[in-house]
Ligand binder design. Sequence first.
Ligand SMILES: [Zn+2]
Length: 218
Amino acid sequence: MTRATVVGAGGLGGPLALALGAAGVELVIVDHDTVELSNLHRQIQFTASDIGKSKATVLASAVVAAGGKARGYQTKWTAEDADDISGDCDLIVDGCDDPATKFAVADWAVATGKPYVIAAALRYGGNVLVGAPGHACYRCLFEEPVDAATCAAAGVLGPVVGVIGGVAAALAIGLARGDSSHAGSIFVFDDLRRSRDPRIVRFEPRAGCPSCTQRKAS
Ligand SMILES: [Zn+2]
């Protein structure tokens, strides 16, 4: 059985975990946050009765209720604990809302040679990046975290996370089945109110990328 870590149990983590769990992928779901009333318009895995509960635990229960296998951990995913939490996973999928964590997930995946998917959504669009050993990485493209707007501050249209999370799940299921044909690519959805077609951009490894350089040296 394939094992995956899902980082983030919110708007993107919900569709990611439910789709991967239903596809037979055994999940470890990690999120330090608890459910709030303001989450419910886009985090449709939760109901009003979940307010105050651990997002990771409630989402894991939803995956199990749908016939899948999942464990939820109410903690922040960090590089320090990564080997303990995600060491036995075959791939790692990120749908969290924190740029630093996204870089940490990608760097750890590159260092350990695991395929990964990093998904992000904001306002009316989002993007999904696919990585695998031997291909350009997240840090090749984005270099380092910037102070970007967050969903909590800038908002995101409820259905947008469903679309982006669904695309991320489909690409992750592809990776789980050994299809790395999209590795080193990013799917960009500019504004889902205007177009559902992504720009699929394949990018090259960046000379001097510290994440890739460290991988080659190890
Ligand atoms: Zn790189």
